[in-house]
Write a protein that binds this ligand. Structure first.
Ligand SMILES: *Cc1c(COP(=O)(O)O)cnc(C)c1O
Length: 427
């Protein structure tokens, strides 16, 4: 008798709030029982009942090389044997820092941390310390981790400051956070004309991946860059998801935009807990021990995580890696659109590198409001029908999807065949 997902979920709910260690895993949005996984290899993973799935979540982005990539496993095993943490500098973390500075010209200095949340929180503190200002701007629908100051949603009325989007966040904590609409150039100009000289930083996902997938208009990012420069505010690009996922130069390379600070995570840890924030040398040198902005971490630069991340970054630098990944991802999105069209389903999709969005709506959305207008119920039915077919998409219509280098023609074909059966039966 194998244990079932249902049994594990029931027991987990007794000991873990909601049965999960991160809320989206609980399937609240799509309904049903979360799948408990026990093993992954390449593009596939297996649940505790022995059922296999093609994985389009990739641990929410990090697994660009698929599960248990042999080269990554090897360096992790070697690193573990040499000691799991030193709490002191290592040559490997220097190699990681040099590599990040080489791959991203906007990064002159970088510090390693353990999660994207930590990177975002630290970048905001640093920007405030550097500028001596308190106010920050974020955009509705963008996610930068669960730092108090960033758990905020738009208030009512133009230019009102945000309301906490979580209980436990004091209103005073977010009173310095202004929430604007993504891709709204006019809103941005208005905010800067009224408050520009008080704004420490603007934090933005250059390709938003936490409200499904929305691409920034090039003009929106260009205006943002210009306004930040004019007003002495720092532009913080959140590339935790897009970094080394959409291309080797990240989203900043694709858009040709130079941020003051960048935050990274997910892919750079190769599946281990690692993230980073970095950018202008004059800004980064405000950090302790050189400067007055405090930031620290017991496990920062952890040698096992650094080994996994370095090997992952080595692998994605191989000739043609991103061309192949992009083509594969487009094969998936184009294929899904074609099948949906054949059966008259209102559906659209788009991708960038190894990251994609699927929408139950006529066209890919450009704003938070447009994302909210997509047919969530249709997505939920699609999700469960595909899950039954052994295809694992993100269990929420507000998350981007991911393809790895181990997804081949066979996996795309299996996925499209499953979609054909699902759309044919009707949602
Ligand atoms: C995942 C994510 C974060 C948070 O990273 P964690 O490691 O989960 O704390 C921040 N920003 C973006 C854009 C993300 O996708």
């Amino acid at each position: 008798m194998t244990i079932t997902n249902q049994q594990l979920f029931e027991r987990s709910q007794q000991f873990i709030p909601g049965g999960v260690n991160s809320p989206v895993r609980a399937f609240k949005s799509v309904g049903g029982t979360p799948v408990f996984f026990q093993r992954g290899q390449g593009a596939y993973f297996w649940d505790v009942e022995g059922k296999s799935y093609i994985d389009y979540v990739g641990s929410w982005g990090p697994l660009i090389l698929g599960h248990a990539h042999p080269a990554v496993v090897k360096v992790v095993q070697e690193a573990v044997q040499n000691g799991m943490s030193f709490g002191a500098p290592t040559a490997a973390e220097l190699e990681m820092a040099e590599l990040l500075c080489t791959l991203l010209p906007s990064i002159e200095q970088v510090r390693l941390v353990s999660s994207g949340t930590e990177a975002g929180m630290s970048a905001i503190r640093l920007a405030r310390g550097f500028t001596g200002r308190s106010r920050i701007i974020k955009f509705e629908g963008c996610y930068h981790g669960h730092d108090d100051a960033l758990l905020v949603k738009a208030g009512s009325g133009a230019l009102t400051f945000g309301n906490p989007s979580s209980a436990g966040v004091p209103a005073e904590t977010v009173s310095h956070t202004l929430v604007l609409d993504y891709n709204d150039v006019a809103g941005l100009e208005k905010a800067f004309s009224e408050l520009g000289n008080e704004i420490a930083a603007v934090i933005v996902e250059p390709i938003a991946g936490n409200m499904n997938l929305i691409k920034a208009d090039p003009e929106f990012l260009a205006v943002l860059r210009k306004l930040c420069t004019q007003h002495g505010s720092l532009l913080v690009l959140d590339e935790v998801m897009t970094g080394f996922r959409v291309g080797l130069q990240c989203a900043q390379g694709i858009y040709g935009i130079q941020p003051d600070l960048t935050i990274l995570g997910k892919v750079i840890g190769g599946g281990m807990p690692m993230a980073a924030f970095g950018g202008r040398r004059d800004v980064m040198q405000c950090l302790a021990p050189l400067g007055p902005v405090y930031q620290a971490g017991t496990l920062s630069g952890n040698p096992v995580a650094v080994a996994a991340g370095l090997e992952t970054l080595r692998q994605i630098q191989t000739e043609g890696f991103f061309e192949k990944l992009s083509t594969r991802t487009r094969q998936l999105t184009d294929g899904l659109v074609a099948v949906a069209r054949k059966y008259g389903v209102r559906f659209s999709a788009q991708s960038e590198g190894g990251m994609f969005g699927i929408y139950f709506g006529e066209n890919p959305p450009k704003t938070f409001t447009e994302v909210m207008a997509c047919d969530r119920e249709a997505f939920n039915r699609f999700f469960h029908a595909m899950l039954a077919e052994g295809i694992y998409f993100a269990p929420s219509s507000f998350e981007a999807g991911f393809v790895s280098s181990t997804h081949g023609d066979a996996e795309i074909e299996k996925t499209l065949n499953a979609a054909e059966r699902v759309f044919e039966q009707g949602l």
